[in-house]
Each structure stands twice: as structure tokens, then as C-alpha cells.
Design a protein around this ligand. Structure first.
Ligand code: ADP
Length: 600
């Protein structure tokens, strides 16, 4: 991940996580507080309103009690009675719809609206005539449509019930009282009786129309409980409802507020907090972008500069700050210019050296060409010379042998002729060697590869030198395993190699010594070894014995003959077979020559 992304993520983690936790926690607390305050407000308003209704109703009961127990009611002097009632009417405008008295038969004997009739079967009459104050159920006025109740109280004279006083009371006033409860736009306040009938509602058409005892608050209040709760109301809406039981009248006052509206404050707060958090996050992201940009820009410059340097571009990078990175950039710049300097100097030197090399190379090519020409000349010369030397030598040898074969020739002359023949042989061998070597070196040796038995080659070669070994009393032992595989080699060339190795071993092994020719089969070929018990070769000279005309000791050469070409030829032949001749030796103890051949 890039440094800048890491920094932005880091900023976000260290700011957004704690910020959102704080916002969330405070939102949660505030929501709870708002919820509690909304609840306690509604509950308080309901309680207060309940109390006010109680007081208002008590006042009505007190009025009825006072009127029914007053002298004026007893005497029934109509003018005074009407005046007396008027004072109550005036005091409580529109509350008392009718005052009337009934005799014990239920006949209306007085009504301030001049109504007549008999109400004997009515419960409020029956109950009051038994001596109890009675409050009727709420009913709707036929005339105004407003909810009303009737309160009745016995009228006594000297403790004896002589009639019943009744008042029809409009509950219109309760509308003003319940206005004090804040129920928002969509809430409602209503009063139910103990059966769950709505007996008072803002919407008058609902009064005594609906039984809503399945409503949670109605159930609670009709069980005579007060409280507040969240529930689904009779209209199927989620509401916060507060209920208050009015025990004297067995009414329940219920105030319901739509949940969303009730907790609008909390929702609002949540929205504000989310907005603040979003703003804070945007601010943090912006800050993170700016700060991380400021931090990473110079680092990026450095990175680009370093990459450029890797590609050989030593350009300066801008220093954008005075802090550690700024100082690092300055160091980078001065290093880059130093390196550029060094590079220029080196390039100049390399240029010179290149030119020099080019010149030398040309010289070398020329020298090589010349060498090649010389080499060709040398090879041509060698083959020419060898050929021109061999022809006269063979006629000289034939002549010398012819003379030697004459039986009349004096012994001393015969000896001279033998020496001549020996020297001609030696000379011929030398010329052959030189010819072979020049061919090998010119890469002209063509191998006639065959699958051959190495034992057979060894025997043929052994045959060649057997007599010399006998003369020198040197034992020759050929030690090959019976099941030795055949090899892929040029028979004649391999005989030359074995001859050379045998001749050397015989030359450099004192009388009575031994030579062992052995072979060993490996996975990758057959290893041939020739070991002698001769004078050996010093370690530092071992490498040189394969050089042309090299002889370890020229005095011994004189004694043993040879001209230092045998090993060069042999090693050339073995190289042409794709292998090499190795030698191991310890002076005074003998030598071991070995080489590997491919299996046939
Ligand atoms: P040369 O004609 O002298 O034998 P070679 O090339 O065959 O030439 O050998 C080079 C020299 O290596 C010899 O002159 C001799 O000094 C040394 N050399 C070769 N074979 C042996 C050996 N088996 N023991 C000791 N010295 C050896």
C-alpha cells in the first residue's frame, strides 16, 4: 500500500473512530434524555389536566350539594330560587344547562327552563331519592350535541328526603382544560368511561360512538392505572400515550402523541449529529489529504529521483520543506550532482580506454591474421619439408639396408651401415611425428571412429614394444576386466597413443621395473591407465610435458632418445576423441597416465 493511503487510513482511524463513538454515545444519551423529558412532560400534563378535571368536577359536585342543601331550595319560593340559581349560572357561564327539582314521585316540580315531566325510572332519580349524590353517565345533548352529565342530590328537610335536586352540566369546559396538553399536530386527548367508551373527544362525532377498550392505554386506565407507554393505538398508529385514572368518576383521561412527532427532537438531534459527523469526516479527509500530500510529496520526489538515478538520470529534485525530509532531499541532490560529476569523469576515461581498446583490438586482429597466415605458412612448410625429407630418406634406407645385407661386407662397415639405418629410422620417426603434430594442430586429423576392443589395441601395441621390455627386463602387465565394453575410437590413432605411452614408460623406467596397463569401466566411459615404476616427474613440470619439444631433462633425453613430441601428439589425438590425458606422478616412484574413452 502506498504511504499516502496508509496515512489517510491512519488519520481516518484515529479521528473517525473516536469521533463516531463520541457522537454515537452522546446521541444515545441525548435521545434517552429527550425521550424521558418528552415522557415526563406528557405524563405531567396528563396528571395536571386530570387534577384540573377532578377539581372542576368536584366544584360541580360542591355546587349541587350547596344548592340542594340551601334554604332556598327547601322553601321553593320560585323567584328567590331562580335568582339564586342565576348567580351560579352567571358565575359558570354555559356550564349549567338546567337546574330542576323533582318530588319523590319523579315529577319535575321546578325547572329553570320550564320543563315538565316525570323521571321516576331514571337511575339518577332513583339513586338520589335513596339519599346519595349521583353522577349520571355522559350523554350527548339533543340540542347542542355537546357531552353532558346530570348530577342529582337528595333534598332533605330536618333530615328527611323530600325531593331530588338535579343539574344538567355541559362538559364543554373540559375542552378548554384539555387544550393545555401539548399533543402536537396529530395527537389526541380523550376520556373513556370504565367500559372503554369514548365519553369525551375533540372530535365530537366519536363521543359514545366507539368502544376502544382494546387500546393499550384504555385497558390500563380501566384497570385503574396511571402511566405512560409506547404502543399501537386503536387507529393502528405508533403512539406515546399517557393515561390518568379519575377514580371518583371512574373515567380515564388519555393523551396520545404520534411517536415520530413526540421524538422529533431526538430525530432532529440525530440528524444534526450525523450531519456534524459527516462534516467532521469530510474535514478529516480533507485534512488527511492535505497533510499526507505534504508528507508524501517530497518522499515521492525522492522515490522518483532514486528511480531516475537507477536509470542513470541524476536530475535535481525540488526541496519543498525545511524539515528532515527537506534536508534529506538536499543531501540527495548533492549526492546526485557528485555522482553525475563522477559519471562524467568516468565516461571520459572509459571513452579514452575504449578508443585505446579499439586500437589494441584492431592491432590484435591484425596480429592474429598475421599469426594465422604464419601458421598456415608453417604448416605448409612443415608438410613440404617433411615430405621432401622423407622421400630421400626412404631411398637412403633402402640403399643402406641393401649394402648391409651384402654378406661380404666387413663387420665394421656393417656396423656403420646399421647406425645409418638406425638414424634414418629415427629421422623418419621424427618427420612422421612432426607431420602428425602439424596435422593435429591444423585440425586436419580425421578420426576413423569404430567400435573397437581396447584389449585388442593394447595387445597390438604391446606386441610392438615387447622386445624392448624384455631387453630391459621390465615386466608388462595388461590388466583388463573380462567383461570390458568396447570403445568408440580410431584404431590407428589409439595405437599411436598407447605406443607413445609404452615407449615413454620403458624409456623412463630403470631395468627390473614394471609397467601396468589397466582399464576401468564407468557409467560415462572407459578409463585407460598406464602406470610405471620409473623415475617420475616433478610436480611443477607435470603441466609442461604435453608441450611440443618439451623434455624434463635434456641429459636423460640424450640417454633415452626422443624429441619431446610424443605426448603432444598423444594428447592431440585424445583431445580429438573428446577427452584429455591426465598425469599423476611422484618423482622416483613413477608416473600414471590416464584418459577416458566413450563406450561403443
Ligand atoms: P620424448 O620424445 O622426450 O619422450 P614426450 O613428449 O613423449 O617426448 O615426453 C616428454 C617428456 O616427458 C619426456 O622427455 C620425459 O622427460 C617426460 N616423460 C614422459 N613420459 C614419462 C614417464 N613415463 N616417466 C618419466 N618421464 C616421462
Amino acid at each position: 500500500m502506498r504511504l499516502r493511503s496508509e496515512l489517510i487510513i491512519f488519520f481516518l482511524i484515529i479521528s473517525v473512530v473516536p469521533l463516531s463513538s463520541v457522537v454515537y454515545i452522546s446521541y444515545d444519551f441525548s435521545k434517552l434524555a429527550i425521550r424521558e423529558s418528552v415522557m415526563s412532560n406528557l405524563l405531567g400534563a396528563t396528571d395536571n389536566t386530570g387534577n384540573v378535571i377532578n377539581n372542576w368536577m368536584d366544584a360541580r359536585k360542591d355546587d349541587i350539594r350547596v344548592i340542594s342543601q340551601s334554604r332556598v331550595t327547601l322553601t321553593m319560593q320560585k323567584e328567590y330560587f331562580i335568582e339564586f340559581l342565576d348567580t351560579f349560572e352567571r358565575e359558570h357561564k354555559g356550564v349549567y344547562r338546567e337546574f330542576y327539582t323533582l318530588d319523590l314521585d319523579g315529577n319535575i316540580i321546578f325547572s329553570n327552563i320550564y320543563r315538565t315531566g316525570n323521571e321516576r325510572p331514571e337511575t339518577y332519580f332513583i339513586e338520589a331519592s335513596k339519599g346519595k349524590m349521583y353522577l349520571s353517565d355522559v350523554y350527548k345533548s339533543n340540542i347542542t350535541g355537546a357531552p353532558e352529565i346530570i348530577i342529582t342530590n337528595p333534598v332533605r328537610n330536618n333530615g328527611k328526603i323530600i325531593g331530588v335536586f338535579a343539574a344538567r352540566i355541559s362538559l364543554e369546559n373540559l375542552y378548554r382544560i384539555i387544550e393545555n396538553i401539548d399533543i402536537g399536530k396529530s395527537g389526541e386527548v380523550f376520556i373513556v368511561n370504565q367500559k372503554g367508551d369514548i365519553i369525551f373527544h375533540e372530535n365530537r362525532s366519536l363521543i359514545l360512538f366507539n368502544n376502544i377498550n382494546n387500546n393499550f392505554a384504555v385497558r390500563e386506565v380501566t384497570y385503574e392505572k396511571n402511566g405512560i407507554n409506547e404502543y399501537v393505538n386503536y387507529k393502528g398508529e405508533n403512539v406515546l400515550g399517557s393515561y390518568y385514572w379519575l377514580p371518583l368518576y371512574r373515567w380515564g383521561l388519555i393523551a396520545e402523541k404520534n411517536i415520530d412527532e413526540a421524538y422529533a427532537g431526538a430525530l432532529m438531534l440525530g440528524k444534526v449529529m450525523v450531519e456534524i459527523s459527516m462534516l467532521a469526516v469530510i474535514g478529516v479527509v480533507f485534512l488527511a489529504l492535505v497533510v499526507s500530500g505534504n508528507i508524501t510529496r517530497p518522499v515521492k520526489y525522492l522515490e522518483d529521483g532514486a528511480f531516475g538515478m537507477l536509470r542513470g538520470n541524476f536530475k535535481q529534485i525540488p526541496v519543498t520543506s525545511r524539515n528532515e525530509i527537506g534536508r534529506l532531499t538536499e543531501i540527495f541532490n548533492s549526492t546526485a550532482s557528485e555522482l553525475l560529476d563522477i559519471r562524467k569523469k568516468l565516461e571520459a576515461k572509459i571513452d579514452v580506454a575504449n578508443k585505446d581498446l579499439e586500437k589494441k583490438n584492431k592491432e590484435l586482429i591484425n596480429a592474429n591474421e598475421e599469426l594465422k597466415k604464419l601458421d598456415e605458412l608453417k604448416s605448409d612448410f612443415l608438410s613440404l619439408v617433411s615430405h621432401e625429407l622423407k622421400t630421400p630418406l626412404s631411398s637412403m634406407k633402402i640403399s643402406a639396408e641393401y649394402l648391409e645385407s651384402d654378406p661380404n661386407i666387413a663387420p665394421d662397415k656393417k656396423e656403420i651401415l646399421r647406425i645409418i639405418v638406425r638414424n634414418i629410422d629415427r629421422q623418419t620417426r621424427l618427420i612422421n611425428d612432426i607431420l602428425d603434430l602439424s596435422k593435429i594442430e591444423a585440425g586436419k586429423t580425421e578420426l576413423k571412429l569404430d567400435i573397437i576392443s581396447i584389449r585388442e589395441i593394447a595387445d597390438a601395441s604391446h606386441e610392438n614394444i615387447k622386445q624392448v621390455a624384455l631387453n630391459k627386463n621390465i615386466s608388462i602387465n595388461i590388466d583388463f576386466p573380462d567383461d570390458l565394453s568396447q570403445v568408440m575410437a580410431d584404431r590407428d590413432k589409439l595405437i599411436i597413443v598407447l605406443n607413445n605411452l609404452f615407449e615413454n614408460a620403458l624409456k623412463f623406467t630403470p631395468e627390473g621395473g614394471s609397467i601396468i596397463l589397466s582399464a576401468k569401466e564407468n557409467v560415462d566411459g572407459i578409463e585407460v591407465m598406464m602406470k610405471d615404476t620409473g623415475i617420475g616427474i616433478e610436480n611443477e613440470k607435470l603441466e609442461k610435458i604435453f608441450d611440443k619439444f618439451y623434455q624434463v631433462d635434456s641429459s636423460s633425453r640424450r640417454k633415452t632418445g626422443g624429441c619431446g613430441l610424443g605426448l603432444s601428439i598423444s594428447s592431440g589425438i585424445i583431445r580429438a576423441h573428446g577427452s584429455v590425458i591426465h598425469v599423476e606422478s611422484e618423482p622416483g616412484k613413477g608416473c600414471t597416465f590416464s584418459f577416458k574413452l566413450k563406450k561403443g
